[in-house]
Design a protein. Structure first.
Length: 97
């Protein structure tokens, strides 16, 4: 089981977990090393990948249109975005305490 799990953000429909790990693992290991700690082995770093869920099953892997605000559905999606916005505005205050 991986000791460190990275989760990618938006726009990763084409890259896979191994490609992302190959880029992220050296940067993560360098950062941990430069902080004075022992970096994890590269084999202990994994990426939770879900970008393929946003590709059409038989569609092109590139050139897909980007999501815009008009794509947000009323209900759960809108509530989730408002919850994230609220959490972002609250984080700096709680982190300082």
């Amino acid at each position: 089981m991986a000791l460190v799990v990275g989760v990618h953000g938006i726009g990763q429909q084409v890259r896979g977990p191994e490609v992302l790990r190959a880029v992220w693992a050296p940067a993560l290991r360098d950062g941990v090393f430069l902080s004075g700690s022992r970096p994890p082995d590269a084999a202990d770093i994994a990426v939770a990948f879900y970008g393929d869920l946003f590709r059409e099953q038989a569609g092109k892997a590139t050139g897909e249109p980007l999501y815009t605000a008009i794509d947000i559905a009323d209900g759960f999606e809108m509530q989730l975005l408002w919850a994230w916005l609220w959490a972002l505005t609250e984080f700096p205050r709680t982190a300082i305490k």
